[in-house]
Each structure stands twice: as C-alpha cells, then as structure tokens.
Design a protein around this ligand. Structure first.
Ligand code: AQP
Length: 332
C-alpha cells in the first residue's frame, strides 16, 4: 500500500491556503487510499522568532483542526513531530549528506531570512537547516508520496536528492518519495497582495482567510480583495492575479475549472460575493466540529498519544538502519 506523509507547521492560525492546498485532500483522498501519516511539525515552528506559549497553543489548535476537518484516527496517524525523537536523530545524519550550497538555494530560506532581517531579527541556523529536518520527517517513514502545495515542492525535491545520495553512498536505506499536488488551489494567494502566497505567518491580516474566521470576517476580507482596474472577469494569472485567485478559490470550493467559471460573471462584485459564500460553506462544518472537539481535549490528547506511539514504531527501524549504514556503532 502506498505510504503518504505530510505535515503542517504551527507558526500561525491555519489558513484557507493550508486547507485547499493540503488538508482537504488529506481528508478526502489520502487517508482513504493509502497508509497515511499527518504530522504537526512543531520543531519547524522554532526556526523563526517565536513565543513558546503560542507555539504550544497553535500545536494543539492545529491538531484539533486536522481532526475537525475530517482526519479519522482510525484511518490515519495524526501526531506531533517533537513527540517522536526519530525525526531529529535522522536529521543529523542527513545534514552529513546535504551541502551548505544546497541549503542556501532554497527559495523559502531566502524569503524567510529576508523577512526576519526586515523585522530586525537575526536568522536562526535552524531556518537554514529546516529542509533537512523536513527530509528526515519524510524519509523516516519510507513515504512514497508527499502531498504538498506548490511552495513545498522544492523541499520535496531536496528530500529526493538526499535519499538518492545517501542510498548511493551507504547502501539502499530510504524510499525515494515524490511530491503530489492538488489540481486547483496548489497556491492560494494573499487577497491583498495576489502575487504573494497566502501564508499563515504573514503580517497582512486582511489578505488572509483563517479557518476559524467568522462568516462576517470572511465576507469582509473577500469583498475587499484587491483585483485590478479591468471590469470583465477573465482568468489570467499573470495579468489579473487578483481575479484569477478568486476564480481558483471559488473553483476549489465548488468544484470545476477556474476558466469555465468566468462566463458566469459580469462583474467583480458578483464573483466576490459567490466566492465569499462558497468559502463560508466550506468552513462551516469544520468550525462546528472544531467547537465540539475543543470541549473534549482528552480525546485530542488520546489521539496524539496513540499517533506518536504508532509513528515511533514505524520510524525506528529505518532510522536505526540509517545509523548502521552510515558507520555508527550500535549502542552496546
Ligand atoms: N497559500 C497556500 N496555497 C496552497 N497550499 C498552501 N500550503 C500552505 N500555504 C498554502 C500548504 O499547506 C501545507 C502546510 O504548510 P506548512 O504549515 O508546512 O507551511 P508553509 O508551506 O510554509 O505554509 P504557510 O501557511 O505559508 O506557513 P508560514 O507562513 O509559516 O510559512 C503544505 O503542504 C503547504 O504546501
């Protein structure tokens, strides 16, 4: 059976981008057709300036939202990265096959390092090495597929390179995984800056729809989305990024093709109105289930405890094999 691994970083409240680009497919497709692991990758949240209490709170919130969105712990493994030591054990070995140049070429590193500097902070070494930890997350489980949005494709490419290099140098140890991407909404853009991705740790609040936004807030954010000075509704990502983003969001929520939707709209106002209502409808059941789960924290704890136990058992043989293959004397 195909094994799938994917993760989500508790660096902010989950967004519509996280949902349409990743989470929804985990729920609707991946957990049904594969042996799937979904991880709240909390160690990755420490790579930028962070508040410890907030990371802890967001980790729990992300876990609750994953379950609220429909991940079923009977069908898949849901767990927290820092609860399974195998990730950091393997990460160090992979740092010994990765190169400094490779890390510095990562687009997310360049963007996030520049943002930290703009905010007056320093760039943590872990921000540079974080793609290696992500590779360890994936390789520890022998995952065949990694469902991700566009922004993570380069990191999965790096994971493949590291797996191939390790296998060539030290003998076959890792499955070489591949990224899988959604057909629509692989890159949901910020409503206020439609040439930038909608990212959960961005500063631009009005441009980001959060999964827990009230319907009225969703409506306001979408009705105020930046479009352009044209009037006709056409799908053109280069020339009309704002309108294209709305069409993609609407297509992802209602099904269908963004290009086919254009004909149904004579004005931006009508498109925005329908998009807002479609998003509200998609979020409604997730929010309702989230409220129920918040009233039952012991259930969420139990899911995470069982998930970590199962994940540990799955990862340990591969990580132990990597330790042996690279030349480390097994513990006596
Ligand atoms: N805007 C997006 N459109 C489509 N997919 C997206 N994803 C994230 N943003 C979008 C996908 O969501 C999954 C989890 O992402 P992540 O938590 O690992 O972090 P990220 O990719 O760095 O996402 P964010 O929300 O932008 O976080 P910050 O702001 O902290 O960097 C991934 O599959 C991702 O592709």
């Amino acid at each position: 059976m195909t094994r799938v691994f994917s993760g989500i970083k508790p660096t902010g409240h989950l967004t519509l981008g996280n949902y349409l680009g990743a989470l929804r497919r985990w729920v609707e497709v991946d957990q049904h057709r594969s042996e799937a692991l979904f991880c709240i990758v909390d160690l990755h949240a420490l790579t930028v300036d962070h508040d410890p209490a907030r990371v802890r709170r967001l980790t729990r919130q992300a876990a609750t939202l994953l379950l609220a969105a429909g991940l079923d712990p009977e069908r898949c493994t849901v767990f927290v990265q820092s609860h399974v030591d195998e990730h950091t054990r393997l990460s160090y070995l992979l740092e010994c096959v990765a190169t400094d140049g490779e890390m510095r070429r990562m687009i997310q590193y360049k963007e996030k390092a520049a943002r930290e500097q703009r905010r007056g902070g320093s760039v943590r070494l872990s921000l540079l090495t974080y793609p290696v930890l992500m590779a360890a997350d994936i390789l520890a489980y022998g995952a065949d597929e990694v469902p991700v949005g566009d922004d993570q494709a380069q990191h999965v490419e790096l994971t493949r390179d590291l797996a191939v290099r390790f296998n060539q140098r030290y003998g076959h140890t890792f499955v070489v995984p591949k990224a899988t991407r959604p057909k629509v909404a692989a890159r949901v853009m910020n409503l206020q800056e439609p040439t930038s991705k909608m990212g959960k740790s961005d500063d631009s609040g009005p441009g980001i729809v959060y999964l827990l936004d009230e319907p009225e807030t969703v409506r306001k954010k979408i009705m105020r989305a930046v479009t352009d000075s044209g009037r006709d509704v056409v799908y053109d990502r280069e020339e009309r990024p704002g309108v294209a983003n709305l069409l993609e969001i609407l297509a992802a929520c209602r099904g269908g093709d963004p290009e086919d939707l254009c004909g149904a709209y004579a004005s931006y106002g009508a498109l925005k109105k329908d998009t807002a209502e479609a998003v509200i409808e998609v979020l409604r059941p997730v929010q309702a289930r989230h409220r129920e789960l918040c009233a039952d924290p012991a259930y969420v704890d139990a899911v995470l405890r069982a998930g970590a136990e199962r994940a540990r058992k799955m990862a340990r043989p591969t990580v132990d094999a990597a330790y042996r293959a690279i030349g480390l004397l097994p513990a006596l």
